[in-house]
Every structure is written in C-alpha cells, then in structure tokens.
Design a protein around this ligand. Structure first.
Ligand code: FES
Length: 168
C-alpha cells in the first residue's frame, strides 16, 4: 500500500473514531473516511480503499462494498466538476432526460464519462424534488432546469468550478 493520509486527514478521522465508534468497531466511520480519502486523492483507487480499511481496522470487503454502493464515491479519476443530473421520478416527469441530453450534447460526454473539466453522472433522487428537474455539482444545486439553461450552467462552472472535494 503506497498511499498515506495527510496529517490533517489522520486527525479528522481520529476525531471521528473517538466520537462515533460503537463497541470498539470503527465501521461507523467508514463513510466519513471514504469522503476524506476521496477529497485527498481525488478518487478511490484500490489502494485508497486498502488505506481506509487498514486505518479503521475494518475488512477491505466491507470498505469496498460501501465505496461501490454509493454514487458519490468515484472509483476513477474525474473532471473538476461532477454534474449529477437527477432522472428519478419527479425529475423524469418534469423533463430530466431532456436536460440530461442537453448536458450530454454541451459537454460531449455520456453519463459516466469525464474530460478534464467535467464528469457527467445520471443520478438518483438528490432530495430536491419540489424543484425538479435538478442537478447538483459539489455543494451547489441547480433547480428547475430547462435545456436552454444548460450551456450557461456549463460556462459558469468552467469559470467558477464546484469540485466535490468541497463537500467534506
Ligand atoms: S426525483 Fe429528482 S430530486 Fe428527487
């Protein structure tokens, strides 16, 4: 294993362990540690998962299972901005697929693909159904999107990126 957590990352994971471990198990800290790892390394390689497992003394299979279940964890390098376009029921009914198609056309990417500046993800519900269709990029929500707004959204994100590393 060649990766190491930074001193700040180690400190924050240690603090989370002190606060959240249950009956000596550090499994409750796995989600948090994965976010910290993704923030530091950009994505969760096999080595990053091994580092989390070793740091928390949790089986690798458990860490792998968590990391591959949640869509917010990236297993490969991605673009600076990750556009998570929701196409779940409320967004689908209000034109989510048309907005997704506009993102695909503007970015030249299919869902799951990346370039230097962007990763495009077709996402499940992002808990903003009242303003469907919507997308989230880092901590920023784009609500009630119509396809004609997509070029402007992409151009704004090029000028002012919202990386997911700002989430943790
Ligand atoms: S269905 Fe899109 S935010 Fe809930």
């Amino acid at each position: 294993m060649s990766l190491e957590f930074s001193a700040d990352a180690q400190k924050s994971i240690q603090a989370a362990c002190e606060r959240y471990q249950v009956s000596g198990s550090k499994k409750p800290v796995v989600l948090f540690a994965l976010h910290v790892a993704q923030k530091q390394f950009g994505y969760l390689s096999d080595d990053a998962l091994r580092l989390v497992a070793a740091t928390l003394d949790v089986p690798y299979a458990h860490v792998y299972g968590v990391a591959t279940f949640y869509t917010m964890f990236r297993r490969e390098p991605g673009g600076t901005n990750t556009i998570r376009m929701c196409t779940n029921i409320s967004c689908m009914l209000r034109g989510g697929y048309e907005v997704l198609a506009a993102f695909e056309k503007t970015l030249g990417l299919k869902p799951g693909q990346s370039n230097k500046d962007f990763t495009l993800v077709e996402e499940e519900c992002i808990a903003a159904c009242a303003n469907a269709p919507c997308a989230v990029v880092g901590t920023r929500y784009f609500l009630d999107i119509v396809p004609t707004q997509v070029e402007q959204i992409v151009s704004d994100l090029r000028r002012e990126p919202h990386p997911e590393s700002e989430v943790v």
